[in-house]
Design a protein around this ligand. Structure first.
Ligand SMILES: *[C@@H]1O[C@H](CO)[C@@H](O)[C@H](O)[C@H]1NC(C)=O
Ligand SMILES: *[C@@H]1O[C@H](CO)[C@@H](O)[C@H](O)[C@H]1NC(C)=O
Ligand SMILES: *[C@@H]1O[C@H](CO)[C@@H](O)[C@H](O)[C@H]1NC(C)=O
Ligand SMILES: *[C@@H]1O[C@H](CO)[C@@H](O)[C@H](O)[C@H]1NC(C)=O
Ligand SMILES: *[C@@H]1O[C@H](CO)[C@@H](O)[C@H](O)[C@H]1NC(C)=O
Ligand SMILES: *[C@@H]1O[C@H](CO)[C@@H](O)[C@H](O)[C@H]1NC(C)=O
Ligand SMILES: *[C@@H]1O[C@H](CO)[C@@H](O)[C@H](O)[C@H]1NC(C)=O
Ligand SMILES: *[C@@H]1O[C@H](CO)[C@@H](O)[C@H](O)[C@H]1NC(C)=O
Ligand SMILES: [Cu+2]
Length: 586
């Protein structure tokens, strides 16, 4: 079982020919929202009203499986019975929705949110995408529990027996079985109160999570574990000698998490739905919205091993992000096991860019282009400078180029389709300015344009700079450059500036973490300082997209509280083609 462990290219090509003849399926799922009072970490806290959202009665929600040529028909059903008439949507995170912007699930952008008793049907095609995705609510703080896995398989054969014993011919890597690890964060606080707090004139931060959950479970305190209600730690079983594809999903709403498994290395093969050249690592960094697939070689002695997740780039560390990988034949650990924290995998701080500089897109051969992009093409740059500011009213916002997002009164996409919104923005004027159209309240982008978005972290001192995971709807993107301090467009690769890294062979993904490169919470040497009230640049990342998907697409920080506080923009893309695109599909 040496590395890299993948099938030779000729095998892959032979397979590619075979799959051409396989016909696509229509896969229907009903995803039904209800509420319950649950305690996934076995703590005595339960919200006073049963406000935790479940999907099909489960937390996390059920796994959606599809092959990439399939059409998914997903009926979202709001069956919440509560006094406050709570509305919902579902977003299919990482799915490009080419030609199907109505299926993207963003409230007041692509649809009205779904009221209790109502349904909304999403219909879309995965097209050339295959990999690890997830779905989550895009309303308020619902995503803390309203989420579940969405897996798109390359080949029809893959999804037949994903939990069984057969060898899966999943391109281009070989493995026996697969397992899911959904990470999330959990508070002993009422979700509605948290949401009101961050939007209030009397700003109250949501606080740091009390627990870190793996597949919706942990034990906050071993003394609570005895109760019948407590499900204990999540246990993943493996057989000695097999190779597994572990899919790790960043379904948490705040933290950037490290993830590791005791006494085992992980070989990364997929990032956000794109294969990379295998990279062996002792741990992963998973920001909110990011996903990884790793190969896991069950080649250690038969026993139980800790799975560990912990907070990165913020100051508070719940000591309970724990689960267990159990080899068949090992003795069951006691339910109320008190973990020896010194035995957990530890996570060094490889500051600031983790090991992403080692990631290269997967190539079948030297000449194979994994993605249709000439990275040397010039692109229009749009700098998105973000800062946390307190308005005179007392409301605290995260603004982008001085503007905090406000939800439109009616969904922009529906206004385009009904003809009540103009479909001829002045692209030239937007491009001459900072990209923002103040009348439309969007960033219009022209069909076919190459756009570089620069996410610029700033801090207004006294304060701390933070890590922000940026997610783009309707697209994947390439991370083409990053650096510390303030972005300087005049710096070129040949300048050898140590503060800037240009990525020569970028990999694609859909959620990129922009690191705080100074004045950060953990950076006790330099924070907080207070010499100025002018924003200070503290890190940036440049990502590239190609405008090939007419629609209206959210670009936002995937930290739910930041997003609620305004850290989102809308790309209004090839708007003159949206009506024909949507009608053409419908
Ligand atoms: C999904 O819900 C619809 C509407 O309630 C119902 O007609 C259909 O039978 C359900 N399908 C499944 C697979 O449960
Ligand atoms: C604002 O918050 C403080 C501290 O939590 C509280 O004492 C005060 O009553 C709140 N004021 C309003 C107007 O809600
Ligand atoms: C766990 O709960 C017990 C009993 O309530 C308490 O004595 C102990 O301090 C708690 N431990 C932690 C780490 O909270
Ligand atoms: C796993 O690693 C820990 C820490 O390095 C070590 O103490 C322990 O003996 C190892 N366990 C096994 C089963 O190899
Ligand atoms: C287990 O597999 C890993 C990954 O392939 C490898 O690095 C390691 O040497 C193997 N260990 C044993 C004991 O075979
Ligand atoms: C679009 O904006 C450009 C630049 O401001 C301006 O020259 C042009 O007249 C505008 N076009 C229309 C149709 O308003
Ligand atoms: C890099 O950043 C440091 C710290 O801000 C600064 O002192 C230095 O001048 C920068 N180097 C270049 C070449 O810009
Ligand atoms: C920043 O402000 C705090 C409180 O006003 C003060 O105690 C501290 O000395 C200041 N730090 C610097 C570096 O000026
Ligand atoms: Cu999202």
């Amino acid at each position: 079982m040496g590395l890299p462990h993948y099938v030779p290219p000729f095998f892959f090509l032979a397979f590619a020919l075979v799959i051409q003849s396989v016909s696509a399926a229509r896969r229907e799922y009903n995803l039904t929202f209800t509420t319950a009072a649950i305690s996934p970490d076995c703590h005595s806290f339960k919200p006073s009203t049963p406000s935790t959202l479940l999907i099909n009665g489960q937390f996390p929600g059920p796994t959606i499986h599809a092959e990439r040529d399939d059409t998914l028909v997903i009926r979202v059903q709001n069956r919440i019975i509560a006094v406050n008439n709570e509305m919902v949507t579902l977003h299919f995170h990482g799915i490009r929705q080419r030609g199907t912007p109505l299926a993207d699930g963003v409230p007041f952008l692509t649809q009205y949110p779904v009221s209790p008793g109502e349904d909304y049907v999403h219909e879309f095609h995965a097209q050339i995408q295959a990999g690890t995705y997830f779905y989550h609510s895009h309303v308020g703080f619902q995503g803390v529990s309203a989420f579940g896995p969405l897996l798109i398989y390359d080949y029809p054969e893959d999804s037949k027996d994903h939990d069984g014993g057969m060898s899966l011919p999943s391109s281009p890597f070989e493995y026996d079985e697969e397992r899911i690890f959904m990470l999330s964060d959990w508070w002993h606080k009422d979700r509605h109160a948290q949401e009101q707090g961050v939007l209030s004139e009397n700003f109250t931060w949501i606080g740091e999570p009390d627990s870190l959950l793996i597949n919706g479970r942990t034990i906050y305190n071993a003394s609570f574990a005895e109760s019948d209600e407590c499900k204990g730690y999540d246990v993943t079983t493996v057989d000695y000698g097999k190779v597994y594809r572990f899919r790790i999903m960043g379904s948490q709403t705040l933290e950037t998490l490290a993830f590791g498994i005791g006494n085992h290395t992980l070989t990364i093969i997929e990032i956000d739905g794109h294969y990379i050249e295998p990279v062996e690592t002792s741990y992963l960094e998973v920001a909110s919205g990011q996903r990884y697939s790793v190969l896991f070689y069950a080649n250690q002695s038969v026993g139980n091993y800790y799975v560990h997740t912990d907070v990165r780039w913020r100051a508070v560390h719940p000591q309970n992000g724990i689960a267990i990988v159990q080899y068949s034949g090992a003795t069951d650990p006691p339910k109320n096991i008190v973990p020896d924290l010194s035995q957990l995998p530890s996570f060094p701080k490889e500051y600031p860019q983790w090991i992403s500089s080692q990631f290269k897109p997967f190539r079948l051969s030297a000449s194979h282009k994994p993605l249709p992009l000439d990275i040397t093409s010039p692109a229009r740059e749009v700098v998105l400078t973000t800062s946390h500011i307190s308005l005179p009213s007392g409301v605290s916002v995260w603004a982008i180029n001085g503007v905090a997002y406000e939800m439109p009164k009616t969904p922009i996409l529906l206004d385009i389709l009904s003809g009540t919104r103009s479909t001829n923005p002045n692209y030239t004027a937007a491009a001459l300015g900072d990209g923002y159209d103040v009348t439309r309240k969007t960033y219009p982008i022209r069909k076919g344009e190459f756009i570089d978005l620069i996410f610029q972290n700033t801090v207004i001192l006294p304060g701390n700079c933070e890590a922000h995971p940026w997610h783009i709807h309707g697209h994947f993107h390439w991370e083409v450059a990053y650096g510390s301090g303030m972005y300087d467009p005049s710096v070129r690769p040949q300048d050898g500036n140590p503060n800037v890294t240009f990525v020569t062979d970028p990999f694609a993904r859909d959620t990129s973490l922009v690191y705080p490169t100074s004045h950060a919470y953990f950076d006790v040497g330099s924070a907080p300082v207070n010499e100025t009230k002018t924003p200070v640049g503290c890190g940036w990342k440049k990502i590239r997209i190609v405008a090939d998907n007419p629609g209206v697409w959210m670009v936002h920080c995937h930290i739910t509280a930041h997003m609620s506080m305004g850290m989102q923009i809308v790309l209004e893309e090839a708007v003159e083609e949206v009506v024909a695109t949507v009608r053409g599909k419908g």
